[in-house]
Design a protein around this ligand. Sequence first.
Ligand SMILES: [Zn+2]
Length: 258
Amino acid sequence: MRVAGAIFLFIAIIFSILLLLPTPEGFPILEYHMVTDNPPIDAEVYNVPPEEFAAQLDYLQQKGYTTLTLQEFMRAKHGKLTMPDKPIVLTFDDGYANIYTEMLPILEAHGMKAVVYVISNELGKDGYLTLEQVKDLQLRGVEIGSHTADHLALVGLEGEFLLNQVRNSKIYLEWSGLDTIYSFSYPNGAYNSELAELVKREGYLTAVTGDVGLNTMESNPYTLKRVHIRQPTFGITEFKWRLLKAELAEKISLALRF
Ligand SMILES: [Zn+2]
């Protein structure tokens, strides 16, 4: 019991120190997947119901956040645009059909922006966005990014096969009539330095990972951090915790650097 007490005290002290440390600089990138009332049973954890999603956007608006795309972030990085006071990026992985049917109306009602990463070989399949919907999303100001051709775990793939996963999704989308695809999302958030190099060589300007934390103008644009927004059990309180989680993770990574 004494050991457990000591461990609890230790964790409480570390947590208090972290909370007392100044808020780190940087903006969050939120990672969503689906927005629907009817998620597939095996993917419920990846879903945020429309009502909850609307409440989350209300909260961000109340707190003075301004959404931007990653293309806009890169323009700001090159001095072509001024970053808003409290920037935040909303990203959606996998390209599910409900991004168009359920997420988009809520996003537009809030006048907000987003980045949607599509798996090019899944387009038009059951449950996924069609090419026409993707084009319309882009026309309405949603940034379209690549989430590879087939959503395979890239770490471990090699040569031509790996190259095609990164290259073909971009080419397919562009040749299908979309504007240039600048942003990339690593399947399952997993990457290494060779992959980041490859993504850069293939003409992408940004790539998002599954690492938790915040991002600044100085962040490597090929290893951007995100915070995963899963199906909430505790409503908006849980959403606030997740924003705090990104902040705490950033504090920890900064503390470990010294
Ligand atoms: Zn994915």
